[in-house]
Design a protein around this ligand. Structure first.
Ligand code: FAD
Length: 100
């Protein structure tokens, strides 16, 4: 791409080397809907800090759970939190110790 040509009366031409675009976020949440997960008004899955959803035993992480922190590092952290949360859920009372 070398230029943008505007759709105006004089067909203004703007030389460019690169063009960046931005668009709104569209949540991919069909599966979440099928599972009965609570969603935000924007369609993201509502989770606790441990990535637990409103459905027991169902965890979610990454872009599907938030609007504002779409980054690989955030997705990895949340995925790890979700895995630890799921593991904790499998512990019996003895394994959980005196905390619960
Ligand atoms: C153009 C672009 C540039 C980016 N640049 C950066 C960057 O420089 N640095 C950075 O940190 N982040 C960047 N990001 C953001 C980063 O890619 C995301 O935050 C990250 O990939 C989120 O990981 P995720 O696992 O939550 O989702 P995804 O990586 O989107 O993975 C979700 C996966 O689930 C699959 N899936 C969805 N629904 C279903 C279903 N029903 N059944 C089975 N599979 C399903 C999808 O096909 C997809 O493979 C960028 C994103 C884009 C779009």
């Amino acid at each position: 791409m070398t230029a943008l040509v505007l759709d105006d009366a004089s067909r203004t031409r703007i030389a460019v080397e690169q063009v960046y675009t931005i668009r709104s976020t569209v949540a991919t949440n069909a599966l979440a809907g099928q599972l009965g997960l609570e969603l935000t008004p924007g369609g993201q899955i509502v989770v606790t800090p441990e990535q637990h959803t409103n459905v027991s035993g169902v965890f979610a992480a990454g872009d599907a759970t938030s609007l504002h922190d779409h980054q690989l590092s955030a997705a990895m952290h949340e995925g790890n939190q979700a895995a630890c949360g799921a593991n904790w859920l499998l512990y019996d009372a003895d394994q959980r110790g005196a905390t619960e």
